[in-house]
Design a protein around this ligand. Structure first.
Ligand code: ZN
Length: 90
């Protein structure tokens, strides 16, 4: 009984290894994989741009402030607006 369970476990592990290897080869060796990685790079850069203030640079998503109208500004610009400095973040 233990031998059958071990054999099944090894068969499942072999299957997982083959799937991971096929996915790795697809991502690294095919033009479709290259295209997928390029799309992923674009998404990463666009996500970083969403969190980059033109004045203060990249801000962590946790430090951003969502205004009542739904726009998101960095906390430094928000503090500037609260204190009456209208040029901050422009
Ligand atoms: Zn800012």
């Amino acid at each position: 009984m233990a031998a059958i369970l071990l054999e099944n476990a090894l068969l499942i592990a072999l299957g997982v290894i083959l799937v991971v290897l096929a996915f790795y080869l697809f991502r690294t060796q095919t033009s479709l994989g290259l295209r997928s990685r390029q799309n992923e790079n674009r998404r990463t850069i666009l996500d970083e741009a969403k969190f980059t203030c033109p004045v203060h640079g990249f801000q962590s998503p946790e430090s951003l402030v969502r205004l009542d109208d739904g726009t998101v500004v960095c906390s430094h610009c928000f503090k500037g607006v609260i204190h009456g400095d209208t040029n901050v973040g422009q």
